[in-house]
Every structure is written in structure tokens, then in C-alpha cells.
Design a protein around this ligand. Structure first.
Ligand code: GLN
Length: 188
């Protein structure tokens, strides 16, 4: 198995580290050819505006959209959720329209309001230490999307739509590999 990680900027090495601990091979995805031999893809946290420009610049926007639409398992975190969303309600920014959620970018406020919260996640017996860095808020979602976790205000922070896992926090920060393991198990 090989997992692609969208490799332009953001939390790339941190995801690589987690997959290394799980003995899963990874590959940075920067060109359409890089999509050819992967079994899943991570859209990491970072800066969605920057990533979307580079997706166009590298002619990766349409090929990426196609493979995810066809069912390539996808783990999208933070900026990755913004990229995949159906609608961004507070900025005029292009989106891939593959995850049927409405998000507000930087929904909790600027960097100063980044935070850590111990959250309950469906299927996990122990809480998960979730790191939110200028995270988006999911304002609404299609009712057929499962919500696996919510923040204190009951905003969804972890959703699943078929093969797409969308998290507004950073599961790659810290030493807890349970979310990556769950993603891998969903593929095998
Ligand atoms: N605020 C960033 C954006 O909208 C996301 C931040 C993150 O990925 N940690 O692109």
C-alpha cells in the first residue's frame, strides 16, 4: 500500500512520520502522474489559498478532483477540508465541491485563537488530543454525512462521507496514530 500526501506545503512531514510509524509507504503528490500508483491520499493542513494556486499551476486540480470523485480514499485535514468543501461561506475561494459541507475559513478566529481540545471520537474508547490551528468551522452538512466527532459547541470536527474523512483539526500532531490507523483500515 502507498499513501500519497499532497506535497506542496503545510503539514507534510508530520503525516509522513505517522505513516512511517505504521510501516505504510508514502509519496508526495505534486503532479498528475504522482496520482497513478497510490491507494489513498492525504490533503494536509496548511494554507488552502496557497495549495489551490499550486494545484492549478501544476495542472493537478482536475486530475485530483477526478480520482477523489471516483472513490480514492481521502484523509483531509483542516485546509484540506476547506479545499474539498462544497461551499466556503466567508471568502470568495474556489473549492473542489467533493465533501458536502459548508465551512467558514478560520472559523474560530485568527492564530491567537488556535487551541487544543480532548475530544471524544466515535469508535475510540480514549479521548483524542485534537489540535486546532486556524481551523475551519463546519457550519452545515448534507444529512447523509456521518459525524464522528464534534467540538464543545457541537460543530462537526470529524466527518465521513463514503471514502472521504474530513477533520478540522490536525491528527498528525502528537503521537496518537489512531486516526491514521482508522484511515488505513478503511482501505484494506
Ligand atoms: N486557515 C487555513 C486555511 O483556511 C487552514 C489552517 C490549517 O490548515 N491549519 O487555509
Amino acid at each position: 500500500m502507498k499513501i500519497g500526501i499532497l506535497g506542496f506545503q503545510g503539514s507534510i512531514e508530520e503525516h509522513e512520520c505517522v505513516f512511517r510509524r505504521l510501516s505504510i509507504a508514502t509519496k508526495r503528490v505534486k503532479t498528475p502522474q504522482d496520482l497513478e500508483d497510490i491507494d489513498g491520499i492525504v490533503l494536509p493542513g496548511g494554507e488552502s489559498t496557497h495549495m489551490l494556486r499550486l494545484l492549478h499551476f501544476n495542472a493537478l486540480w482536475d486530475p485530483l478532483r477526478k480520482v477523489i470523485q471516483k472513490g480514492l480514499p481521502t484523509l483531509a485535514t483542516c485546509a484540506g477540508v476547506v479545499l474539498l468543501s462544497q461551499t466556503i461561506d466567508n471568502t470568495k475561494q474556489e473549492a473542489l465541491h467533493l465533501l458536502d459541507v459548508v465551512v467558514s475559513r478560520n472559523g474560530y478566529g485568527p492564530q491567537f485563537f488556535s487551541f487544543v481540545e480532548e475530544v471524544c471520537i466515535e469508535g475510540f474508547t480514549e479521548k483524542f488530543r485534537a489540535v486546532f490551528i486556524r481551523a475551519p468551522i463546519v457550519r452545515s452538512l448534507n444529512p447523509n454525512i456521518s459525524i464522528l466527532s464534534e467540538d464543545r459547541e457541537h460543530n462537526p470536527i470529524f466527518v465521513r462521507q463514503d471514502n472521504i474523512f474530513g477533520l478540522t483539526f490536525h491528527p498528525e500532531i502528537g503521537n496518537d496514530d489512531r486516526i491514521h490507523s482508522m484511515f488505513i483500515q478503511s482501505i484494506t
